[in-house]
Design a protein around this ligand. Sequence first.
Ligand code: AMP
Ligand code: MG
Length: 274
Amino acid sequence: MHATIDLSRYRTPLANLDAVDPNDAGPYATDDDGREAAAEDLDELIERMAELQRKFYADGRFALLLVLQALDAGGKDGTIRRALSGLNPQGVRVRSFKRPTELELAHDFLWRIHQAAPRKGEIGVFNRSHYEDVLVVRVDGLVPEDVWRRRYEHIVAFERLLHDAGTHFVKVYLHIDRDEQRERLQKRLDDPSRHWKFDANDLRVRAQWDDYRAAFAEMFARTGHEPTPWLIVPANRKWYRDLVVATAMVEAMEALDLRWPEPSVDLSAFTVGD
Ligand code: AMP
Ligand code: MG
């Protein structure tokens, strides 16, 4: 490795939106040499993640859940595609949360979330999550304030429940600034291979920038404590964003003190014949 990223700078409750610069590149220079070092480090992290996943899967005592939140064009899809590219798909479950269906709306807001939670040995990835229920729902006023306000407590208790059952969280907010979002949305209009990603609704949401900022700030303050803190990831530079998320996944698995399971029988009694 050329450099190691200090994640504590990005972790709530100490970190906040003003303290983390979306352009930050951590210990890396932003010239060609820095980019080259970063690319090599990412490859190494991806390899380490893959090795750790094998043991994590075999160990089977824990689940890992990566929660990805961001504004439109924040890079959730790209992060999954690149930073997690070394994982064995057999042990990964990615779930994208869209506008709730009629059936989902007929239940409490965590109903669909709980069903998608990873089992032990599995890595779950939430592309959007239960946090939409205190973000878009709040900003668009989809339910009364006294309803969404109580959800912070529900979320903290729910995550505590999953954590007590062996689920470790990596909660990531991809932090881009307004200019970067403009450029990325513009690209979706200009580049035919990105037209499918353009959603006129994204422009409406962009106009609510300040409301979202306030909603994110309160979300970090209320749901950003141990054992499930947020990481506010500088995300204007995609290569650095990927490095931070890969580092977080590797560190989360390394912290688990993973073990290969003991064989259930005395293996010395066996020989594999011809
Ligand atoms: P995309 O991620 O671009 O596919 O868009 C998914 C859309 O679903 C976004 O506009 C989200 O705001 C919306 N969405 C996700 N979860 C919820 C929710 N709980 N309530 C309302 N809208 C949601
Ligand atoms: Mg979209």
